[in-house]
Design a protein around this ligand. Structure first.
Ligand SMILES: [Fe+2]
Ligand SMILES: [Fe+2]
Length: 164
């Protein structure tokens, strides 16, 4: 039997992973709805307006992902990943940035997994979502005045890098 590569997964497993993605999209919708309204202070006016746009884009992503889960014959999840709150604007933006990093890592994996399964149209949909997630990441990093984090190499790359 040929060795199974990590990208070679079943359609059932793909649907499970997409349900995790959907829970992250719900989390993002809630975070952006709330943070966009409670961020106050003149220096945050621009980013607050951007977060409102993010909120609507995350809803579009949730709709696309749940459609694909249904296409794979599974029931879309209904529970968001937990949303952190803070009175500090910086904290809120940092939470958003960390979540976007995690989302981007996962969608990059998902594109590879969809390709491995021959689900090219699904991979294409996720690529388009990825373009917007990376825009969100750039908006947040810019507002925080930090470099855009390098999340290349999949979920394990960060851990490997820290060990050096
Ligand atoms: Fe999203
Ligand atoms: Fe996003």
């Amino acid at each position: 039997m040929p060795e199974q590569k990590s990208n070679q997964i079943s359609r059932d497993r793909l649907a499970e992973l997409l349900n995790e993605d959907l829970s992250r999209e719900y989390q993002a919708i809630i975070a952006y709805v709330v943070y966009s309204q409670v961020l106050s202070g003149a220096e945050y006016t621009d980013i607050a307006a951007q977060l409102e746009i993010h909120a609507k884009q995350e809803l579009d992503h949730a709709l696309i992902i749940s459609r694909q889960i249904d296409y794979l014959g599974k029931m879309p999840a209904v529970v968001p990943k937990p949303v952190r709150t803070s009175k500090s604007a910086k904290d809120m933006l940092r939470f958003d940035l960390e979540n976007e990093n995690e989302t981007i890592r996962n969608y990059r994996d998902r594109v590879r997994q969809c390709d491995a399964l021959g689900e090219y149209a699904l991979a294409e949909q996720i690529r388009q979502i990825l373009v917007q997630e990376q825009d969100h990441q750039i908006d947040l990093a810019t507002a925080l005045g930090v470099d855009v984090p390098d999340v290349s190499g999949g979920p394990k790359a960060g851990r490997l890098r820290k060990r050096r």
